[in-house]
Design a protein around this ligand. Structure first.
Ligand code: BEZ
Length: 252
């Protein structure tokens, strides 16, 4: 089955878009990239999704992420529908441009090659439409994360910003982010990192949760990009301050 796996080099495709012909790597430059697909222009869920992405454009820019959309519809449809999306966003200016290009993959070449089709949603000829796919591409042009939702379920774009934050943090620092992590929350020390190395690498402190197994793998440290402080608890253990909220949710 065709498709992209984590770590694969993303193909440097060329495609017709609402911003002219685009070569992926030229478009992305040294930035991160997100390729997102939607099933069909002039449909309700897709309109709310692209409206939301347009409103979050500043957040993606802050993170140096370049966006590019894709569906099987024509350029003409993309351009006409863009005006509806801007109107849905209450954009009152004459501007009819969304802040990202949308690929017109009318020949289905990319949708098939990248495994982005939803077998349950078909066009009038019975051919599958694109699913709601998100590919996050790193500055090294490798696939860092993929999400694939069916046509009937709209995506949560706060989650997509959150995963970009995690991907960018973990690309720079040897940490992992726990369930429901947000920037500023404690992060996890990777399980394969020796204790002495963790102590040297995380001067803000490492807090280890005692577990029935006696194994010392549940180790937290403050978000290294958030300058969190450590506070003394009983014994010699220090618990990073931002872990207080984790203490409640994980009963540390
Ligand atoms: C929508 O965007 O509303 C939609 C598109 C295709 C199938 C179901 C819903």
């Amino acid at each position: 089955m065709p498709g992209m796996l984590l770590g694969d080099v993303f193909p440097n495709f060329e495609a017709e878009t609402t911003a002219g012909r685009v070569k992926l790597y030229e478009y992305l430059g040294d930035s991160w990239g997100i390729l997102f697909t939607h099933p069909r222009d002039y449909t309700p869920v897709c309109t709310t999704e692209l409206g939301r992405i347009a409103r979050l454009d500043g957040e993606f820019r802050k993170r140096s992420v370049k966006l590019i959309g894709l569906s099987l519809d024509s350029l003409e449809d993309h351009c006409g529908w863009s005006k509806d999306i801007l109107a849905y966003n209450c954009e009152e200016s004459e501007c009819c441009k969304l802040p990202f290009p949308i690929i017109a993959d009318s020949k289905r070449e990319l949708a098939v090659a990248l495994g982005m089709l939803d077998p349950d949603e078909k066009d009038k000829d019975g051919l599958p439409l694109t699913a709601r796919c998100v590919f996050v591409i790193g500055p090294d042009k490798r696939l860092k994360l993929s999400l694939l939702y069916p046509a009937t379920t709209g995506r949560n774009f706060d989650e997509i910003l959150r995963v970009v934050d995690s991907l960018q943090l973990t690309a720079m620092r040897r940490v992992a982010t726990p369930a429901d992590w947000k920037p500023g929350d404690c992060v996890m020390v990777p399980p394969n990192m020796p204790e002495e190395e963790a102590a040297a690498l995380f001067p803000a402190g490492v807090f280890t949760k005692d577990l029935p197994s006696g194994k010392k793998y549940l180790r937290y440290t403050p978000d290294p990009q958030d300058q969190g402080e450590c506070v003394d608890t009983e014994g010699s253990q220090t618990e990073p301050k931002p872990c207080t909220s984790l203490k409640t949710s994980f009963r540390l």
